[in-house]
Design a protein around this ligand. Sequence first.
Ligand SMILES: C[S@@+](CC[C@H](N)C(=O)[O-])C[C@H]1O[C@@H](n2cnc3c(N)ncnc32)[C@H](O)[C@@H]1O
Length: 210
Amino acid sequence: MRNVKFFGSIPATRSKFGSHYGEKIFELEGELYREWTPWRSKLSAMLMKNYKVEFLGNEKILYLGAASGTTVSHLADIVDEGFIYAVEYSAKPFKKLLELAKNRQNIIPIFGDASKPWEYSGIVEKVDLLYQDISQRNQVEILKMNSDFFLKKKGRILMMVKAKSVDSTLESSEVFSKVLEELYKKFFILSTDTLEPYHKDHIFVYGVKD
Ligand SMILES: C[S@@+](CC[C@H](N)C(=O)[O-])C[C@H]1O[C@@H](n2cnc3c(N)ncnc32)[C@H](O)[C@@H]1O
């Protein structure tokens, strides 16, 4: 993946910025790298499991469920010539996300509810990648809505799903099958897998808008 190197078995992103959440900083040939552990970020967990998500570096990304910006900060290192609209609706993590965005030109923080995309449609333009990590019961519906509003044709989706958040009464495998069944109707799925052993009871789904 662009701007990513492995230090031993752990990935790190090349960065002009310091530590955001206490992650270690490595130096290699005069450049700084921020440790990106798979236990803190589901995208890093995908990388550890050898799944490829390619970036040119100039992508526009809409990120739903940015929290305090752990994964957003690494994505911002990766798309250093693009930018990320980072949506979060909880005030506490949003405060930390704002601090991150103060130092970085390519993060646009949006204090908003991902289930109401029309409320930020005046700010967000068409994007190349829609990333969603919101642990919500209706997260497929929310993904589809945001895709209709903002995702370019042939744009990509990357969705993180926690079974218990979608339906705590069903077996995880049943929840994942239902989610995938819905997604297949609208997207071409490139890859999907569990995020074990880094994130229990989670899958990722990576696809393209048909
Ligand atoms: C699992 S955490 C995200 C972690 C983050 N993606 C990372 O890797 O650094 C889920 C986040 O989604 C946020 N969230 C859940 N539902 C949301 C919604 N409808 N709109 C905006 N944010 C939402 C939660 O407040 C929480 O901060």
